[in-house]
Each structure stands twice: as C-alpha cells, then as structure tokens.
Write a protein that binds this ligand. Structure first.
Ligand code: AMP
Length: 209
C-alpha cells in the first residue's frame, strides 16, 4: 500500500503562527481544551528553525520544550487527557520524536507502547507499508504480534504535517486487526490539511499553526 504526500509540499512553511496558542488558523482544527497559559508556554518553548532539514522547511524544534521538566510533563499529560476515558490499550508511535512523546502518554493512559520504525530496524516479523514523502518514499514497519486484534490504539507523534506518516501508521495498526481510536499530536500544521489524510478519525492537537 502506498500513501502519497502532496507533491512538493513545503512542510511547515507557509503560515505564520496563529496569535492564540489554542486556536487554529484552519477552521477544521478545534481549540485545545488545555489551559491557555500552558499552551502559550508550550508555544514559546518551540523553536522555529528555517530551512531545516532542507531549504523552504520551517522546522518545529521541540528540544527546548523537552529540556524543561515541567513543560515536558505537562505537554504529555495534556496530550493524554482527551483519551483518558477512551479505553486505550496501546499507544503506537513512530521513531524518533514520536517515541519521546508516545512513551509517557502510554504511561499516563496505563497503556502499552508499540514502536513503529523505519525499514530493517525491528528484529521480529513485521508488517510494512511504503508511503510517499516529498521526493522519495519511506517504509515503516510494525511487529506482527505488537497488539492483538481488537486492541484500542492511540497514535502519537510530535507534528502532524501532511498526515502521511500518521495515515501510514494507522494503516499498519489496522492490518493487525486493531482499532485506531485516534491521533494525539503536540503540533498540527493545519495549513497542510493533515486531518484530511486521516479521514473522519479523531485528531487531538495541542497547538495549531
Ligand atoms: P507528515 O507525514 O507530513 O505529516 O510529517 C509528519 C512527520 O514529519 C512527523 O513525524 C514530524 O516529526 C515530521 N515533520 C514534518 N514536518 C515537520 C516540521 N515542520 N517540523 C518538525 N517536524 C516535522
């Protein structure tokens, strides 16, 4: 299965930050329920790095947020909160930054953690999916026995951009017979319309740009 990104999509480039941390520039993105003060602090702790990793990309660098003990804790608490009553059995996250947010969210939800990795990194039998990136294709893999059919899965990542990574991860989860309950991200680049790639599934983003 191949999930295509929009060709030549400039990730993280075209839109300035919205003035309110909890409101999106895109009408499809509801405001986060997290406290406005927290959202403002999180936004202030995310560094914009222009032209990284390639020219035209505005990279959202979460390293300063991660280095702040209180903010890191509060961010993962707030990402988990909308799914607290969701009966989540497993959090699935993609390397590398997805792991950083996914593992603490799993612990808050008393759920297991399942890694999705790039090709050739997982040691056991895998399901794999190929999906299109801007100028290349990527392959993601999940262990075939990562969760039993009927498991209720939350997919976690740091950034939702075009939605290609999240959609591919959701497709891998469904191949195992598990149910994707929703997607939790710290940042949504709403001008790239990643939600459209996730169809009508629940998406919770703390910050929208
Ligand atoms: P996409 O598949 O287009 O939704 O891209 C999402 C993945 O790419 C996430 O795993 C992010 O870590 C990464 N990503 C995409 N755009 C950015 C950006 N502007 N800043 C930081 N990470 C990004």
């Amino acid at each position: 299965m191949s999930i295509r990104r929009a060709p030549h999509t400039p990730v993280g480039t075209s839109s300035p930050p919205s003035p309110r941390a909890d409101h999106s520039t895109h009408s499809g993105t509801p405001p986060s329920a997290a406290a406005p003060q927290l959202l403002a602090a999180l936004r202030a702790a995310i560094r914009d790095v222009p032209d990284f990793p390639t020219p035209g990309i505005m990279f959202k660098d979460v390293a300063p947020l991660l280095a702040d003990a209180a903010l890191f804790r509060q961010a993962t608490d707030a990402m988990a909160a909308p799914f607290a009553d969701g009966g989540i059995t497993h959090v699935v996250a993609v390397e590398a930054r997805g792991f950083i947010f996914g593992a603490p969210v799993a612990q808050r939800l008393c759920a297991g953690f399942v890694p999705v990795r790039k090709a050739g990194k997982l040691p056991w039998q895998t399901e794999r999916i190929e999906y299109a990136l801007e100028y290349a294709s990527g392959i993601l893999e999940i262990h075939r026995d990562a969760c039993v059919p009927g498991s209720r899965v939350l997919v976690v990542d740091d950034v939702l951009a075009t939605g290609g990574t999240a959609a591919a991860t959701g497709a891998l989860v469904e191949r195992l017979g598990a149910q994707v309950v929703g997607f939790a991200v710290l940042i949504e680049l709403s001008f790239l319309h990643g939600r459209a790639a996730l169809r009508d599934r629940r998406v919770e983003a703390l910050l929208a740009y």
